[in-house]
Design a protein around this ligand. Structure first.
Ligand SMILES: [Zn+2]
Length: 356
């Protein structure tokens, strides 16, 4: 499996991809891991691209108090500094990718670009007084996951409301297939909806590099549809966006979480196979008597270690229920399940007379 193919060829790291610093992955392209707070993902890779005298970032990291200093310390290793950043191409609107771009714009006047499909979620996130994860809570309700909502409230209930002021609009909304000229280098923006509706990867076809954001990750399966405004069928979008990668040359994979690896295609094939397995497993749970995404999620194994649902923390339980829901919804579109939806609950059953 590509799960074990996580070497870092040409990347002078010690093997732990989260180790702070700056790692040159191709001429003029540097990987800079930045920290995430209390997050199973552990770190986010920002890529700094030299563009003449300027620097262009792909993703910017999470706007924590220490992020700016760490970015400067990393750039110092190649004699550069963050005042030379002129532009940031953000793969998607999640806070670990987007929010530091807004801070860098305030400091240095950089231009921020984001895929246009993320516009509804960004707009929703910026609404004043919005409850933390209100959209996700609603989705948990309809998935029959009341206990998960309660557990989330126990954990996040007293947390201060999230800062809305970092959710500023970008300077530029990127469209699919946009060409980005960077001092002799050409990047192609490819819209890859799924992880979020506006997720965008950047292909450097000249150097055979894919800045993949969270679309293709070497060690973990990206969550699908975790955003303020969800798509109709996020898993359908995601699988289509995965297959799209097979129409491009097999490039080196520069992911936002995890080490750089030599092949995108091998990982795409593994992710496609994983979702096929999960679709079958979800169908099996409904056949065995589960009615809701919550009931099915509780009966499925989770993570590569096949952990029980009850062993997951509330946040990951929520992701697990959402993940199950998007698989069940795709099974409905495939005609393999029937779905009944009210304003408060979505249930699934095998199709045919017995389900009526
Ligand atoms: Zn991420």
């Amino acid at each position: 499996m590509a799960d074990s193919a996580g070497r870092d060829p040409g990347d002078q790291g010690t093997g732990d991809w989260t180790e702070p610093g700056l790692f040159t992955v191709a001429p003029g392209v540097h990987r800079i891991p930045l920290p995430l707070p209390n997050d199973a993902l552990r770190a986010v890779n920002v890529y700094a691209i030299e563009s003449g005298d300027n620097l262009v970032l792909v993703d910017a990291g999470w706007a924590l108090a220490e992020t700016g200093g760490l970015l400067d310390a990393a750039l110092d290793r190649i004699g550069r500094h963050s005042g030379e950043i002129t532009r940031c191409l953000v793969t998607h609107v999640h806070r670990d990718h987007y929010t530091m771009a807004v801070i860098l714009r305030r400091r240095f006047g950089i231009r921020v670009a984001l895929g246009i499909g993320d516009r509804p979620s960004l707009t929703a996130a910026a609404e004043p007084g919005r409850e933390n994860m209100s959209e996700q809570v609603l989705r948990m309700e309809r998935a029959g996951a009341g206990p998960v909502i309660q557990a989330l409230r126990d954990v996040f209930g007293d947390a201060p409301p999230e800062r809305e002021d970092v959710w500023e609009q970008p300077d530029e909304w990127l469209k699919d297939q946009a060409t980005i000229e960077l001092g002799g280098r050409e990047l192609r923006a490819v819209a890859t909806p799924g992880h979020t509706q506006g997720h965008t990867v950047f292909a450097d076809l000249g150097q055979n590099l894919l800045f993949a954001g969270d679309h293709v990750l070497p060690h973990i399966t990206p969550s699908v549809g975790f955003e303020a405004v969800a798509a109709e069928l996020p898993l359908g979008d995601y699988l289509r966006s995965l297959r799209m990668m097979l129409d491009l040359p097999d490039m080196r994979l520069l992911p936002a979480h995890g080490p750089v690896t030599d092949t995108t295609h091998a990982r795409v094939h593994a992710l496609l196979a994983h979702h096929e397995d999960r679709l079958n497993a979800c169908l099996e749970r409904i056949r065995a008597g589960a009615h809701t995404a919550y009931e099915a999620a509780m009966a499925l194994p989770w993570t590569r270690r096949a952990r029980r649902f009850s062993e997951l923390d509330p946040f990951n339980q929520m992701l697990a229920v959402m993940e199950t829901g998007v698989h069940l919804d795709l099974l409905v579109v495939q005609g393999r399940l029937a779905r009944e939806a009210t304003a408060t609950l979505i249930t699934y059953a095998l199709p045919g007379p017995a389900a009526r």
